[in-house]
Design a protein around this ligand. Structure first.
Ligand code: HEM
Length: 513
């Protein structure tokens, strides 16, 4: 037999042995446990394939193993539950499934903030959490909404001061929506420089704008390496990001924040809490606020881009949303364009913009790719919707990946297509009934997660995107340079961390009305 065939046969034999060995691990763990895939590489397991395209990875495994299977990913065993009817079992299993342990591990790694489980800080996470719900929801949304309304117009109307603002300007849409939302969102949470707030202090207003631009540039550098840091690659490999993270913490030190007025209650109350801690220095306080800057911006910025992009790409959507805004302006007797009378839309009025709400939900459905992870605090049995009992080991993780649900053709017809009115019912109200296999789903749209760890800023996030779209339409004419070009692909490098960014920016042109 020629030598080369012998080698091939031997290799085949090795592969057969290895596969038998692997399949022992694959299909036989302990009684009642789901099938396990260990992957080929020790420790790393399936991490590379999962990381490259989580959706595709999970879809192929679901076809192979069914609705529950365990994968070894970077040293962790994660059991994925892919049947949306079983999501409820996970969301409601708070007793045996802890979310905070994983979230804290990642956020400490990424932001290097103080570990408040250490008694020396005299603060616990419960207090921090209570501030989120108290200051971002319910009545607290009113001042946040009016502050954002004012700040968005403050940022947009800066353009109006330039003499050629009524001529068409060509810019990249992501860069444009990013800079407007970043500056307005930053001012809304962290406040305005007190000197810039005084009338006619143009120099101070300019200086504030420059300072926020610098925060934004540092944010971009840091945010770019976020997935790598969350994945465990140390910051020392990213020199520029290290400097940027430090610069952000300094910009958000209490000494700096005290120069600002009109801060949100979220930041005011966090500052009060941290000022009482005996062990937090200025820089550590700044670092804790960098986490808020990231939480409030990292998802909102791409979500705003997708919403504006789909809005101006579809004439039908644009017309429906324009009608809604014009009706509201008429009812409230407001006219855009008068710089001394900024437009005011209250929280209730924003809630009444149903076509715009549906457009934003549809944009979130198409671009969101967050993962929900919980760690088992003890051995327990998870009962799935089908009645199957899954044995879960202490220390193993349970994962939900709602992008699978968002793009399921049995739930959403033509799931990859943008339909602005997908979330509107026949009466023009928000549609909340979606079905799979004839059964009504409790969970059909989950860009904000679910259960105990659900995003506390979700109402504010939807509000601010609505405000941005409404004001853009009030103040600007906007059009894509090439409305027939294919929609940019999603940049999967951030899959698992929220709203995905576009793989490339798109050119559009705008002019002030
Ligand atoms: C479109 C915009 C947004 C999206 C898609 C989004 C999504 C999420 C998701 C998926 C989580 C984690 C949930 C989980 O682990 O299950 C989260 C957590 C969080 N979000 Fe948002 N978010 C957005 C905007 C905001 C805004 C504007 C704020 C604040 C102003 C905010 C504040 C937070 C905070 C503080 C947490 C951590 C909550 C905790 O530790 O319990 N988010 N967000």
């Amino acid at each position: 037999m020629p030598e080369c065939y012998k080698i091939r046969l031997e290799s085949c034999a090795v592969i057969v042995h290895v596969s038998c060995f692997i399949s022992m691990f694959l299909f036989h763990r302990q009684e009642g446990e789901p099938p396990v895939e260990n992957g080929w590489i020790p420790y790393i397991g399936c991490a590379l394939e999962f990381g490259a395209n989580p959706l595709k990875f999970l879809q192929t495994r679901q076809r192979k193993y069914g609705d529950a299977f365990t994968c070894k990913i970077a040293g962790n065993f994660i059991t994925f539950i892919t049947d949306p009817f079983s999501y409820n079992s996970v969301v409601r299993h708070g007793k045996n499934l802890n979310f905070q342990a994983i979230a804290l591990k990642i956020s400490k790694r990424v932001f290097n903030h103080a570990d408040f489980t250490d008694a020396k800080y005299g603060i616990n996470y419960e207090e921090i959490h209570q501030i989120f719900n108290k200051t971002l929801q319910g009545f607290s949304l009113d001042p946040l909404t009016s502050s954002m309304m004012e700040n968005l117009q403050f940022v947009m109307l800066q353009d109006k001061k330039s003499p050629d603002s009524s001529n068409w300007t060509t810019e990249s849409l992501y860069a444009f929506s990013y800079r407007i939302m970043f500056e307005a969102g930053y001012l809304t949470l962290f406040g305005k420089n007190k000197k810039a707030m005084k009338q006619d202090n143009t120099e101070k207003v300019k200086a504030q704008h420059v300072a926020i631009q610098s925060v934004m540039e540092n944010f971009k550098v840091f945010d770019n390496v976020f997935p790598a840091l969350a994945g465990g690659i140390p910051l020392l490999f990213f020199k520029a990001a290290k400097q940027s993270r430090m610069a952000l913490a300094q910009a958000l030190s209490h000494n700096n924040l005290r120069q600002n007025g009109n801060k949100s209650q979220l930041i005011e109350q966090r500052m009060q809490l941290f000022d009482h801690s005996p062990a937090l220095d200025e820089l550590s306080k700044g670092k804790t606020h960098v986490t808020m800057l990231w939480a409030s911006q990292a998802n909102t910025l791409p979500a705003t881009f997708w919403s504006v992009y789909y809005l101006i790409r579809s004439q039908e959507a644009l017309q429906a949303v324009k009608n809604e805004i014009e009706d509201l302006l008429l009812v409230t007797n407001q006219k855009p364009g008068d710089m001394n009378n900024p437009i005011i839309f209250t929280r209730e009025q924003l809630d009444s913009m149903r076509a715009m709400g549906s457009l934003i939900n549809e944009s979130l459905r198409l671009s969101s790719a967050s993962i929900m992870l919980r760690v088992a605090t003890e051995n327990f049995v998870l009962t799935l919707d089908t009645g199957t009992n899954l044995a879960v080991r202490k220390g193993d993780q349970i994962g939900l990946y709602p992008q699978q649900l968002h793009l399921d053709p049995e739930i959403y017809e033509d799931p990859l297509e943008f339909k602005y009115n997908r979330f509107l019912d026949e009466n023009g109200k928000e549609k909340t009934t979606f079905y799979k296999n004839g059964r009504k789903l409790k969970y059909y749209l989950m860009p904000f997660g679910s259960g105990v760890s659900m995003c506390p800023g979700r109402f504010f996030a939807i509000n601010e995107i609505k405000q941005c779209l409404a004001l853009l339409l009030c103040y600007y004419d906007m059009e894509l340079l090439d409305a027939t070009a294919p929609t940019p692909a999603l940049d999967n490098s951030r899959a698992g961390f929220g709203i995905l960014q576009p793989s490339h920016d798109v050119l559009f042109r705008y002019r002030m009305k």
